[in-house]
Design a protein around this ligand. Sequence first.
Ligand code: CO
Ligand code: CO
Length: 317
Amino acid sequence: MGGMPHFVHPRLLIGNETNDDAGVFLLTDELALIQTVDFFTPMVDDPYLFGAIAAANALSDIYAMGGIPLTALNIAAFPVCEDKSLFARVLQGGADKVREAGAILLGGHTITDEEPKYGLAVTGTAHPSQIIANANAAEGDLLFLTKPLGVGIITTALKAGALKEAEIMPVLLSMAALNDIAARVMVKCGVNGGTDVTGFGLLGHVYELAAASSLAAELWMKLIPFHPGAEELARQEIVPGGAYRNLQYMQNKVRFADQIAEYQRLLLADPQTSGGLLMSVPKPLAGHVEGELENAGVDYAIIGKMRTGYGIDVLPA
Ligand code: CO
Ligand code: CO
């Protein structure tokens, strides 16, 4: 978060300098506290689904750090005039997702606002040695991604009326899916680094991982998974403003091979909501991680690798 004042404390393990998913504070030698907050405006009409997606998204930042969520607080804004039962459905969707994560809701706070907003502040824990940060990726690591991309583009088409919610239910369910199992594999196998792919798009989050680790990354376009329809929509320039802004922000940090078309560049910059985990896996461990993900029924793709240098190179394959 730009402009945020900087704190230094002997027990502060991860603050805001490395753009990590959550802050980490050492409670005891055996226990680290992980805290995060996220909330946003609806991207779907179904209030229950919106609540579930917003909660899964907020919980994901605990998983991305290698933690287990324990407690959550609702953060909500809702218009005065709106039907109260809609709001109850949002909260129910969020609460069911918190329960699915094995955590509990302690309460929360709601204000009135013209535009509805919902999300969670989540507290989790991990053993300090199992925290998975951005900063420890190593040269030669393979990059694993556990959810397909393109949800920003697809929900933009939904808002524009080019798609119906029922048509994209698999995409919405992917957004509502917890990253809990993928995170368990990540911790069990002891990967070097990890994050989740959210608002800055794949390019932005790969860059954060690489920059925090003083490395560069290479992405292999052909191997990057997208939800069905996303590539076609991007070709038709049905793309959210955030993708253009992300791409603009990355312009001096990414080098695209000539074969990578403009629509593909936008796909890589598409802001994700509740995206998958991005893991930096030591090459000798990759086969083990693949086996564990397959056994756990988690879809994944190996989309690139870390190497020395600065920024990101996007290659055709
Ligand atoms: Co995150
Ligand atoms: Co976040």
